[in-house]
Design a protein around this ligand. Structure first.
Ligand code: ME8
Length: 505
C-alpha cells in the first residue's frame, strides 16, 4: 500500500519553534511506522514563502523578500535533519516547479468555470492570512480582532473569487458518507457544522501587494497565499502531470495539520481539488496546540521554545518521546521542563533503559555474552509471551489510527510487565539453581526487548537502533509480519552503554 504524508508548509516569516517541530516529528513517526508495515511511504514537508505576512516580515528586516525567504527556509530544512526525520521532498513555494503547478491549478479552475472576477470588501488578518466575517471578530477599544487576538484590516479591492458556495452541499454529503476523512472525530463535527452554517465564495487573489504567484493572464493580481500554499502537496508529486507515475502512485495524501489550519485543509482544499477534477485528501488529521508552561506560545510574549535548545538539553529521542507520550495526539498540551524529566525518567530510564541495561549486562557477565533459543516454557513464560502478542496488537490498532500516545503506552505497559517478570523469575538466582531455566528466561526477555524496540523505533529511532545494535540485530531484519515468531538463532550480546541516563530534576 502507498502512504503519502504531509506536514503543513511553514511560513518563512520567523525561525522554527517547537510547534513546527511537533508536526514534523508526528509525520516522521507515522511515516516510519508505515515503512515498518512495508507500505510505500512518501513524506513531504517544506516552506510557505509568499503572502503579505512574509512580505511584511521581510520589509521589517529591510531585506529583499526573495533573499529573506532563502535565508529563513534553510532553518526549516536543517531542522528536519536535526529532528531525525527522514523526508522524501522539501518543497519551497518560490520554486519554479511550484509556480508552474499553482498556475496550472488556477487555469484548471478557470477552465472548469470555478473562478470569476469581482470586488472584495471585508476584514483580513495578515497574521492568519485569512478573511473574517464581522460576527467572527471582537471589538476592543474601537478596533476589531480575531478570536485569537490577531488584528484585522479592512480590505477593499478587485479580486478573483472561487465558487466555494457551490461546494457546500457536496462537502456535507462527502463528509457524512466518509466519516473517516477527518480525525479526531470532534474535528469532523466542527468542520461539518462550519460548512452547514453556510459557505460564501472565497476571495482568492490580491492586488494591494506583489509578493505572490502572479495570476495567469492578469499580472495585476497575485494568488491568495492559501491557494498557492495548499497546491504544494500536488507540486511535489509532479502536478500538473497527473499521468506521471509518481502522481498516480501517491495522490491523495494524508495531511497532518495543527487545529489552527483545519478549515483551510478540510473545507477549501477538498473543494479546490474536486473543482479541479482531483481526488480530495485521503485524510486530514488535526492535532492540538502546545502552550509553554501554561502560556500561549507567541512571538510577542517571546516564549517560543527553540527545538535546538531543548534537544541539546534533554536529547533528541527524549524530546520526541515526551511530545508524543505526554499528550494524546489531537489534544492540546502544555510544555514544561519538569514534565519532561518525570516522563523520561519513569518510562525511558527506569523502565525500558533499566530492563535493557540489567539484562544485557547480566548476559555479558554471566552467559559469555550469548543467548540461545529455547522452547521449554512454563506458565509464567507463556503468560508474558501472551502479553507481548496482546500489546503488539493493541499497538498496531492505535498507531494505525494515529493514536500515537496510546500505541506508546501499550509498549510501556509491556515493558513494566516484563520488568516484573524479571523480578519474579530472578535469573541471578536461577544462575545458582537452574541454569537451563535461566537461559530460557533470558531468551524470552531478549525477545521482548527486541520486539519492544521495534515498536518504539518510529518514536525513538536512534535509541531503538542502539539497543538493537547491542543485540547485534539490524532493524531491517525486523518487521511486524513475523512478529509472533521468536528469534531462532544464537545471539551475541555486546556490553551495553547507557541509553537513557536519568535526568536530574
Ligand atoms: O499555517 N502547537 O504555517 P505556520 C502545535 N503556512 N503546533 C504548532 C504550534 C503550537 N503552538 N505552532 C505551530 C501555516 N504549529 C501555513 C500552512 S499548509 C498548506 C500552509 C504547527 O508556519 C502546526 O502544525 O503558521 C500548525 O498548523 C503549523 O505549525 C502552522 O505553521
Amino acid at each position: 500500500m502507498k502512504f503519502f504524508i504531509t506536514t503543513p508548509i511553514y511560513y518563512t516569516n520567523d525561525i522554527p519553534h517547537i510547534g513546527h517541530a511537533y508536526t514534523t516529528i508526528a509525520c516522521d513517526i507515522l511515516s516510519r511506522f508505515n515503512k515498518l508495515l512495508k507500505n510505500d511511504v512518501y513524506f513531504l514537508t517544506g516552506t510557505d514563502e509568499h503572502g503579505q505576512k512574509v512580505e511584511k516580515a521581510a520589509k521589517e528586516a529591510n531585506i529583499d523578500p526573495k533573499k529573506f525567504v532563502d535565508m529563513l527556509s534553510v532553518n526549516f530544512e536543517k531542522l528536519v535533519n536535526h529532528l531525525g526525520c527522514e523526508i522524501d521532498d522539501f518543497i519551497r513555494t518560490t520554486e519554479k516547479r511550484h509556480i508552474k503547478s499553482a498556475q496550472a491549478l488556477w487555469n484548471k479552475l478557470i477552465e472548469n468555470n470555478q473562478i470569476y472576477l469581482s470586488n472584495y470588501e471585508g476584514w483580513y488578518s495578515v497574521r492568519d492570512e485569512a478573511f473574517f466575517q464581522e460576527n467572527e471578530l471582537k471589538k476592543i477599544n474601537g478596533s476589531f480582532f480575531t478570536e485569537n487576538g490577531s488584528p484585522v484590516e479592512w480590505v477593499k479591492e478587485e479580486s478573483y473569487f472561487f465558487r466555494l458556495s457551490n461546494w457546500e452541499k457536496k462537502l456535507v454529503s462527502y463528509y457524512e458518507n466518509n466519516t473517516d476523512k477527518i480525525a479526531p472525530k470532534t474535528r469532523l463535527n466542527e468542520v461539518l457544522s462550519f460548512i452547514k452554517s453556510g459557505l460564501k465564495d472565497l476571495s482568492i487573489s490580491r492586488t494591494t501587494f506583489k509578493w505572490g504567484i502572479p495570476v495567469p493572464n492578469n499580472n495585476k493580481h497575485v494568488m491568495y497565499v492559501w491557494i498557492d500554499a495548499l497546491c504544494n502537496y500536488l507540486t511535489s508529486i509532479n502536478y500538473p502531470d497527473i499521468k506521471s507515475p509518481i502522481f498516480r502512485k501517491y495522490w491523495p495524501a494524508v495531511h497532518i495539520v495543527g487545529k489552527d489550519i483545519l478549515r483551510f485543509h478540510a473545507v477549501y482544499w477538498p473543494a479546490f481539488l474536486m473543482a479541479a477534477d482531483l481526488e480530495p485528501p485521503k485524510k486530514i488529521f488535526a492535532h492540538g496546540w502546545w502552550t509553554n508552561e501554561g502560556q500561549k506560545i507567541s512571538k510577542s510574549l517571546g516564549n517560543a521554545i527553540d527545538p535546538y535548545e531543548i534537544i541539546n538539553e534533554y536529547g533528541l529521542d527524549q524530546i520526541r518521546y515526551f511530545l508524543f507520550r505526554e499528550v494524546p495526539f489531537g489534544n492540546d498540551g502544555d510544555f514544561s521542563k519538569s514534565a519532561i524529566s518525570i516522563r523520561v525518567n519513569a518510562d525511558l530510564s527506569n523502565n525500558y533503559g533499566n530492563l535493557v541495561q540489567r539484562i544485557l549486562t547480566f548476559i555479558v557477565k554471566n552467559c559469555d555474552s550469548h543467548v540461545s533459543p529455547s522452547n521449554k516454557f512454563n506458565n509464567e513464560d507463556l503468560k508474558i509471551l501472551e502479553h507481548l502478542n496482546k500489546k503488539h496488537k493493541e499497538y498496531l490498532d492505535f498507531m494505525n489510527n494515529q493514536q500515537i500516545d496510546k500505541g506508546i503506552k501499550s509498549v510501556i505497559e509491556l515493558l513494566s510487565l516484563t520488568n516484573s517478570y524479571v523480578d519474579n523469575q530472578a535469573p541471578w538466582t536461577l544462575k545458582k539453581t537452574n541454569i537451563s531455566r535461566m537461559h530460557t528466561v533470558l531468551y524470552i526477555i531478549i525477545n521482548i526487548i527486541v520486539k519492544s524496540s521495534l515498536m518504539l523505533f518510529p518514536i525513538i529511532p536512534g535509541s531503538a537502533e542502539k539497543v538493537l545494535s547491542f543485540i547485534n540485530i539490524d532493524i531491517n531484519e525486523l518487521d511486524f509480519d513475523n512478529f509472533n515468531e521468536l528469534i531462532d538463532k544464537d545471539l551475541r550480546i555486546n556490553p551495553p552503554s547507557p541509553i537513557f541516563p536519568r535526568i536530574d530534576q
